[in-house]
Design a protein around this ligand. Structure first.
Ligand SMILES: NC(=O)c1ccc[n+]([C@@H]2O[C@H](COP(=O)([O-])OP(=O)(O)OC[C@H]3O[C@@H](n4cnc5c(N)ncnc54)[C@H](O)[C@@H]3O)[C@@H](O)[C@H]2O)c1
Length: 380
């Protein structure tokens, strides 16, 4: 079992639910009730005809506390795809929140439609009322397609909305703590592999120097690492080089991963960075970065292990952002959050230790530790 994509959504013909039920619809129900990737506690379909809201709120597991996870606003190809995404993403949040040490379960919401054309204040308020109807079982935040300004609107209808602006009691940009958490994961990787929790003298390649990558470079430079960066946006690279003249840049990610003598590769751009092309070409011995869903498909974690590359699971090391939004519920305190994000160091070390003991890749060890915490909470 792992925090992977739901693929087995279509029942075999022998398992069709009822004549006349479209296979797609039956598929989602199959995932929910029967597959290993299912087991969600509650899935809520929300509609407000006046504003055009169509949303899915999925609560995967609330053993540790109210489900927490962002709101994705996306033009899904079908409603089935939207439900499937909500199921996948909420499940992933259960694991992420469990290992971040939060007293929150996993949940996620998706709003169906192109945010550029259908997002209105009326629709966001209707969505907020849907969140309110769950009475605190679900705590929402930003995700792809939703922003701090949107959460300020959603928050007008309920008290379970995070990711708000500082003017509205929120914590604002989460990239500072996300980068800090990734840095802690990298220090733990160095401790595990080289016996010393420092990146001093190590060569680190950062792919994507946007919000998180930029702050990560700052930590690495301060720690005495030699940093190489790349980004498809020239302006992002120029900002880093202007601030840190000792940093060098290469043309693209392909060049970065092949850099001779690279110790650590930090994917901080998009998902799928670790795939059948990149893994065989990697010169680094550690992968630790902020990007979500770095493993392009199941099995890549084994390929990394077979090549002797230590992989710090993305959902563990990039938890600084969710730690920050969870803290908003208690009145945001940066230092308290930073202390929690610092624990990513210990969690990453514990995952590597478990992986070694159980003879499994770190991502599988992370899943086991998360499942253990959820099961213990369930037993109470
Ligand atoms: N911001 C957070 O708090 C947070 C939290 C958890 C996870 N993440 C994940 O971390 C990653 C980075 O987030 P961010 O907030 O810094 O986003 P961002 O959009 O600010 O930065 C991403 C950067 O990657 C660059 N990029 C895109 N494609 C690229 C490519 N093919 N090669 C090189 N560079 C490329 C972009 O130009 C941009 O500068 C994302 O995967 C995000 O989901 C972010």
């Amino acid at each position: 079992m792992g925090v992977t994509t739901v693929t087995d959504v279509r029942p075999s013909s022998a398992e069709q639910y009822a004549p006349g039920v479209p296979p797609g619809d039956a598929g989602v129900l199959h995932t929910l009730f029967r597959s290993e990737q299912g087991g969600h506690e509650q899935v809520v379909l929300c509609q407000d005809r006046a504003s055009g809201l169509k949303a899915v709120i999925a609560l995967h597991n609330t053993a540790l506390g109210p489900a927490l996870g962002g709101t994705r606003f996306h033009a899904y190809a079908s409603e089935e795809e939207a439900v499937r995404d909500a199921l996948n993403l909420s499940r992933g949040m259960s694991y992420k929140n469990a290992l971040a040490g939060l007293d929150h379960g996993g949940g996620k919401a998706v709003i169906i439609g192109d945010p550029e054309t259908v997002k209105t204040e009326e629709l966001l308020l209707a969505y907020g009322r849907a969140v309110a109807s769950l009475g605190g079982r679900y705590v929402t935040a930003c995700d792809v397609g939703t922003y701090v300004a949107d959460m300020d609107v959603v928050a007008r209808t309920n008290k379970w909305t995070t990711g708000r602006s500082p003017e509205n009691g929120g914590a604002g940009d989460s990239s500072v703590l996300t980068a800090y958490g990734v840095f802690q994961g990298m220090r733990a990787s160095a401790q595990h592999l080289w016996g010393d929790p420092t990146l001093r003298g190590r060569k680190i390649g950062v792919a994507g120097v946007g919000k998180v990558g930029y702050h990560l470079v700052g930590h690495l430079v301060e720690d005495g690492a030699e940093v190489v960066v790349t980004d498809v946006r020239d302006a992002s690279v120029e900002r880093v080089l202007a601030e840190y003249p000792q940093v060098t840049a290469v043309a693209d990610t392909d060049a970065l991963i092949r850099t001779p003598g690279l110790d650590v590769y930090a994917p901080c751009a998009l998902g799928g960075a670790l795939n059948d092309v990149s893994v065989p070409a990697l010169t680094a011995t550690v992968v630790c970065g902020a990007a979500n869903n770095q493993l392009a498909h199941t099995g890549i974690e084994k390929d990394l292990a077979d090549r002797g590359i230590l992989y710090a699971p993305d959902y563990v090391v990039n938890a600084g952002g969710v730690i920050q939004v969870a803290d908003e519920l208690h009145g945001f305190d940066f230092d308290r959050c930073k202390a929690k994000a610092a624990k990513i160091f210990d969690t990453t070390l514990a995952i590597f230790a478990r992986a070694k003991t159980d003879g499994i890749p770190p991502v599988a060890a992370a899943d086991r530790l998360a499942e253990q915490r959820m099961a213990e909470a369930r037993r109470g």
